[in-house]
Design a binder for this molecule. Sequence first.
Ligand code: 13P
Length: 357
Amino acid sequence: MIYVSAPEHGEPSDPAMKAHALHATVTALLAGDKGLLAMDESTPTCNKRFAALGIAQTEESRRSWRELLITTPDLSNSISGAILYDETIHQSRQDGTPFVKLMADAGIVVGIKVDTGAKALAGHPGESVTEGLDGLRDRLTGYAALGARFAKWRAVIAIDAALPSTACIAANAHALARYAALCQEAGLVPIVEPEVLMTGDHTLQRCAEVTEQVLHEVFEQLHVQRVLLEALLLKPNMVLPGLTCAHQESVDEVADATVTTLLRAVPAAVPGIAFLSGGQSPELASARLNAMNRRFKGRAPWALTFSFARAIQQPALDIWRGEPGNVQQAQRALQQRAACNRAARQGKYADLADAAD
Ligand code: 13P
């Protein structure tokens, strides 16, 4: 039961009922040690992934790929919800069955990316602010009518010797909080995603400091905008050394740094933390999530789960390459990564964790 303040006289909807529906969605997303499949790449990002493998960059290719993902047998054994892109939520399987119906039939909760992308932040070279607030209230109503029950908004924070700026953190935290408030008003659970990038040669310590600073600002803004913490999921980066940093910490060190940072900045009222993979290999992303669940079992106040895109999809995409004859093998690879991450939620991915050290 979530406590919410009493409705004002004459207020049309009952906040307690709304909170109850949001809570039911959060519970469904976190149930059974399952996690989220992020398949919400924008068209340019999806095309970039296709181009790297020589796959045609057409609407039909993107539809076929998303059909492969959604129709993977037994996907719902490990995946509770999937995040779609605007193009995808309107698409259907080859036989005309809408993707949202297939997902509902499989018991997979429908999510939708609602930001319109990270754009250059004026006056701050190398930094971005995520846009999409204009008209968002109406778009959220439309997505809810299509069957979406949760949403996602990604803010991007770059690190270098001088970055991030105070302005970048403030602008992105403000936008995330405004988005989250609108989502809850529309009955959608917001996934709040402030991503501190892995790109660069910064140390793990520096990533920890920046991540903590960003999270403090995000939760301050969520409080200011009256967002109900019990009815959101946080989607942060793991605390990692930069990709080109000479020293790469072990799986256990990453797990400790990540959870320590989150404990300092994320209120216990938040029900779940669903990590992005951010360019880690699929095996390392699973191993690090596994180590967090193993080492902090019973001590972390929130569920530690996954909302990976590349770390679930990439092995399957490498197999598919746009060839209909490769669909079944690609689906098996997807199923396997999804199952590995469910095991990581349970702290049962131990063998691979050791191998990844
Ligand atoms: P990755 O897991 O590939 O980082 O993607 C997660 C995501 O949803 C980015 O917004």
